[in-house]
Design a protein. Sequence first.
Length: 404
Amino acid sequence: MSEPLRISRKFSQRDVMEAIVQNGPISRASIAKQTGLSKQTISEIVRQLEINGWVQETGRTSGHVGRTAVTYELIPDAAYIATVDLGGTKIRVAIADLAFQVYAEEVVPTDQRGGQFVIDQIVALCWQAASHLDIPRERIRMAVIGVPGAPSEKTGAVYLAPNIAGFDKMDVVAAFEKTFGVDVMLENDVNLAVLGENWLGQGQGIDNLAYIAVGTGIGGGLMVGGQLVRGATNAAGELGFLPFGADPYDPESLRSGAFERVVASIGIMERYRALSGHDATVPAIFERAVAGERHAMAVLDETAKYLARGIGAIAAIANPQKVIMGGSIGLRPELIERIKTFLPMCFPYPVEIEASVLGARAAIIGAAAIGLEHLHNALFGADTPDSRMSLPPAEMIALKEAGR
């Protein structure tokens, strides 16, 4: 087959698969209407996809005048991906099938030794999740891992991730692939979260969207014009390094970031200690603020003012329609309401601010989105130009609990 014919065939296969993914069960006649391909071409492609185990007959059309037609749908369990959200304190994994369904996750504390210990822990957790769903290991075709930092395409290391020891000194991608035995993609965890929100969360249909996660650290994911913004070295959205809050010229600010030092968990606890003379956890500080304790309320007010300034900085540069707040701290309504109060005092035009509805699952869902798109490309047309696979609409997706 000549190169132009081969590329044309790949385009046709992608068109057929996208029609099945988006609208299955679907007949060949309906595929022809959607794709503009001839019925003969569609029949040949569908037959080959059946032989290869990717699609199956599901029945016949009904409710129409005339002859019924055979319908086809994707075989969801023909392949899977493992999705991972690696945090400084917790690791969350889930499994997604070819129909973009995301199955219940496993969650464990992060191994504080970092490096290969964390890699081994993640791989074991993924196999455990697959075993709980009775998924054979060979069906796991790739893994997408969200990391709290900037993964380097050149070295495979993950930079700007002080909470994961050793990741800045090793080829993390190579280590994962050697241990896992499948293709591995690394992506910033908050980038994955904004993709998840754009697909199934508060950002559906919004092309200019920001996501801010506040917890042990702070990070941001940004979409402009419907495209994820990664930057020259995958470090776009590293909000912790905004040069205000703590002294940006303090050497410690080069490690954890001036802004992160005041808005993330450690900064909140340190301010409360300085005001009250007592130690308290972040949840306890929020509880005391709700109860009206003045030192706790002052700490939340100051934290919200800093975050309002950070959101103003993002809005001045990228002009998002909406900012979605996530993370164990960022989701707190007591903080979000304060941010909504303070932002208009320091920024001249309105910005929508909402809490994530996906919560801790946002990055996992984003990993499923980007990973399954990549896997569909690899299986059904990776070498065709502009080979982006459209994601199914939210109403077609289920976030399933353990057991099937």
